[in-house]
Design a protein around this ligand. Structure first.
Ligand code: AMP
Ligand code: MG
Length: 475
């Protein structure tokens, strides 16, 4: 096959070279393509047939570097479970460069699991097949649900054995994002005390994600406003669909407003604000119901990092930051209220506050599956999911009195989300060489609003007695 040219730009590395360490991926002893996102490849101007070729697969693990490209490990800092780490960075990842998507906007092409870098600290730089496939499935499901997210282009098994609690097959995920700029990127730049670096990073973020901010009276404050808006909308969408991110550290919060880093994440089944899946989140800091508050906390860390750009006078800068951050609760509430009305098929203008509150109480007290309930509400089959019939009958009567639009509800309430037990089954089979359950699950969750009888079991919650679900970090 003729050699291909891949126009990877290096905007990030050129804008902030201090935060981009040129680096090479480790060798993959016997790379094998496990899954490829053909449609995304085409949107990025990449030929799926070439990506399947030996050179293409080597490209997807970072070993075939196109001419002109410079893979870099990106520097960032971050608060992890509330504790500040001044130097995190890509410890097992590389940014290959940026490509232009069919929508005309740039995308990062990034590899996860590509080996040690100067940021690896004690880690081995690798990733296992299972967690990389999980990120592939969940991120593509999120995208299909209309939730801003990084995308997954491919997972390649490297043929390398990696050591975790047991020995596992290694893999590299090729990930695509609007960018990998994080709150932690700004924390890193701020901590250098180099205001010029901070400004270049902010200018890069504005150009890339929030170009309208460049024309504002105070562009950096406008950048912050835009991130507040993007993140308030994002966390509202998570809440509406029952997504628990699991590790909302500031290094896992993007400036673009895309969901990033699918580690110990999961979709909530029985509705409960206290839901936690991560085995390392002992205090429940990142529980489902805490996610909006944590987003506000993370945005405050971004504001602190940007202070020197808001105003020369520190008191003035703080006043501006406090004022801008003050918009977050209202933006979040508006987004969640609008989304809840849509899920319940209700007109936007009405006050349904008590109705919504009462539903949450019923769902929580009766351990009702969040996804099934909202989906079945449109078809009239939701009542059976609730044990307390008197409570749900009373609630349904009040809801019906508002003439809900059940056709519209089917377009916003998914039938299929990547349920934990299904993801685990699919990953286990794929690790054993059988991709059938993975393909079947991907087909359902990437077309989540189209119900089909032959995949009915994919819409069901985990069978009773399957135990508390846990996902593990150090993935
Ligand atoms: P995460 O929890 O995946 O968001 O990662 C947090 C930090 O740990 C980042 O700086 C990662 O690059 C780093 N990290 C995670 N796993 C590894 C690993 N296996 N080897 C090296 N660094 C890692
Ligand atoms: Mg991370």
């Amino acid at each position: 096959m003729a050699s291909v040219s891949i126009p990877l730009s290096r905007r990030f590395a050129d804008a902030v070279p201090e935060m981009a360490i040129p680096w090479a991926a480790d060798d993959a002893p016997s790379p094998r393509l496990l899954v490829l996102n053909d449609l995304l490849a085409v949107d990025l101007g990449l030929d799926p047939d070439w990506l399947r070729s030996p050179d293409g697969v080597r490209f997807l693990v970072g070993r075939h570097v196109p001419e002109g490209a410079t893979p870099v490990a990106q520097a960032y800092a971050g608060h992890q479970f509330g504790n500040y780490s001044p130097r995190l960075g890509d410890g097992r990842a590389l940014l290959l460069g940026e490509l232009v998507h069919a929508d005309g906007l740039p995308r990062d092409l990034h590899l996860k699991g590509s080996g040690r870098t100067p940021f690896s600290r004690g880690g081995d730089g690798f990733a296992a097949v299972g967690p990389m496939l999980r990120e592939y499935v969940v991120s593509e499901a999120m995208h299909a649900l209309g939730i801003p997210t990084t995308r997954s282009l491919a997972v390649v098994a490297t043929g390398r054995e990696i050591r975790r609690e047991t020995v596992l097959p290694g893999a590299v995920l090729a990930r695509v994002a609007g960018s990998h700029l994080r709150v932690g990127s700004f924390q890193y730049a701020r901590a250098t005390d180099d205001v010029d670096l901070l400004r270049r990073l902010a200018d890069h973020a504005i150009a890339r994600h929030h170009p309208a901010a460049a024309d504002a009276e105070n562009p950096y404050l406008a950048l912050f406003d835009a991130v507040v808006a993007a993140q308030s909308s994002l966390v509202a969408r998570w809440m509406l669909v029952g997504f628990v991110h699991g590790v909302m550290n500031t290094d896992n919060v993007t400036i673009s407003g895309e969901t990033i880093d699918y580690g110990p994440c999961a979709f909530m089944e029985a509705y409960d604000p206290a839901t936690v899946y991560s085995s390392i989140d002992h205090g429940g800091r990142y529980a489902y119901g805490n996610q909006p508050g944590i987003t506000g906390w993370n945005l405050a860390r971004l504001a602190e990092s940007l202070l020197p750009l808001f105003a020369d006078d520190e008191d003035r800068a703080i006043a501006l930051a406090v004022d801008a951050l003050g918009a977050f609760p209202g933006l979040y509430e508006n987004a969640v209220t609008a989304g809840t009305h849509a899920k319940l098929g209700l007109p936007q203008g009405i006050d349904a506050g008590t109705l919504v509150e009462d539903l949450r109480t019923i769902l929580r007290d009766n351990h009702v599956d969040h996804t099934s309930f909202h989906r079945r509400l449109a078809t009239g089959a939701a009542r059976d999911l609730v044990l307390d019939l008197a409570a749900i009958d009373g609630w349904l009567a009040r809801w019906r009195a508002l003439s809900p639009d059940t056709d519209a509800m089917r377009l916003v309430n998914p039938a299929y989300v990547p349920r934990n037990h299904l993801v685990e089954q699919a990953l286990a089979a794929a690790v054993d060489g059988d991709n059938t359950p993975l393909t079947r699950l991907l087909d359902a969750v990437t077309d989540p609003f189209t119900e089909s009888g032959d995949r009915a079991e994919l819409a069901e919650p985990a069978p009773a007695g399957s135990g508390a679900y846990r996902t593990f970090c150090g993935t």
